[in-house]
Design a protein around this ligand. Structure first.
Ligand SMILES: Cc1ncc(COP(=O)(O)O)c(C=O)c1O
Length: 260
């Protein structure tokens, strides 16, 4: 018996499905490079990056770091459902502002909104869940802004892997995920579900592959094609059931799939 083998941490006796971290570390590098292989502009991201369980994990951790969450009208519904009164549209009273880019309500560019929010001197988290399914004319270059503390990416929308969520959070902030590595809490299972996928599908692939079908379907339904390929947008009163903020956002993924 070696007294040096006792430990402070609660170590299991048996290890099933034990893994080395080699493949995981390779994946993290590959995922970061995948994001930077986007043919549109990309830059101004915080240099440190961490695997999360999708953008949702980054949201949940943001909710623990900051009390009042500021959002624009039409923003992704999860914030309001989870936090209710802790969500505000009065950005000036918020502790952090979360902005989806492309914007959740229409799949289009959010730089005007980011500019407006950046004036307020409040930390900003950018939700880039739609990088991978958007028009490369959308710029992910955030270098002109002063208050972007975190930028979150996801593979859920590109690969339809939302049940195995994996994301990459670039942040200057002290998010819990910044200690996952030291704490031996790497999200290997989520990463593993994506091994081998990134080399065949670039962040531009889905948009290039489906843009024409999106345009045809939108023409047929009298919708304006969004810069995010799964959406058509209605600025009239035709699709009010699909209202998000000021516009009606129609997801046409099922129609695109039927057309293949
Ligand atoms: C705008 C937006 N952000 C974030 C998410 C959640 O992404 P993830 O699957 O990475 O948690 C979604 C999913 O619908 C979304 O539409």
């Amino acid at each position: 018996m070696n007294i040096d083998d006792i430990s402070r941490s609660a170590i299991p006796i048996e290890f099933h499905r034990n893994r080395t971290l080699d493949d995981f570390k390779k994946f993290v590098t590959e995922y970061r490079n995948w994001i930077f292989s986007y043919s549109g502009k990309i830059g101004g991201l915080p240099s440190n990056h961490y695997i999360t369980s999708g953008v949702t994990d980054a949201f949940n951790q943001t909710y623990a770091l900051y009390n009042k969450i500021g959002i624009f009208d039409g923003e992704y519904g999860y914030h309001k459902i989870v936090l209710d009164q802790r969500v505000t549209h009065n950005l000036e009273e918020s502790d952090v502002i979360i902005i989806s880019h492309p914007f959740s309500a229409d799949g289009n560019c959010s730089h005007e909104k980011i500019k407006e929010a950046d004036q307020l001197g409040i930390p900003i988290l950018i939700d880039c869940a739609y990088l991978g399914i958007c028009n490369p004319n959308i710029s992910f270059d955030f270098s002109e802004y002063k208050n972007i503390k975190s930028v979150a990416f996801s593979l859920s929308k590109t690969f339809g892997t939302g049940l195995y969520r994996v994301g990459l959070l670039f942040t200057h902030d002290k998010y819990p995920c910044t200690i996952y590595r030291d704490w031996n809490y790497d999200l290997i299972a989520s990463a593993e579900a994506h091994y081998g996928l990134l080399s065949n599908v670039s962040p531009n692939h889905m948009y290039e592959k489906y843009r024409m079908k999106q345009e045809e379907i939108c023409k047929h339904l009298n919708l304006t094609p969004s810069d995010t390929v799964i959406f058509g947008v209605d600025y009239t009163e035709k699709y009010t059931k699909y209202k998000r903020g000021k516009v009606n956002r129609v997801c046409i993924s099922n129609l695109i799939r039927d057309k293949i």
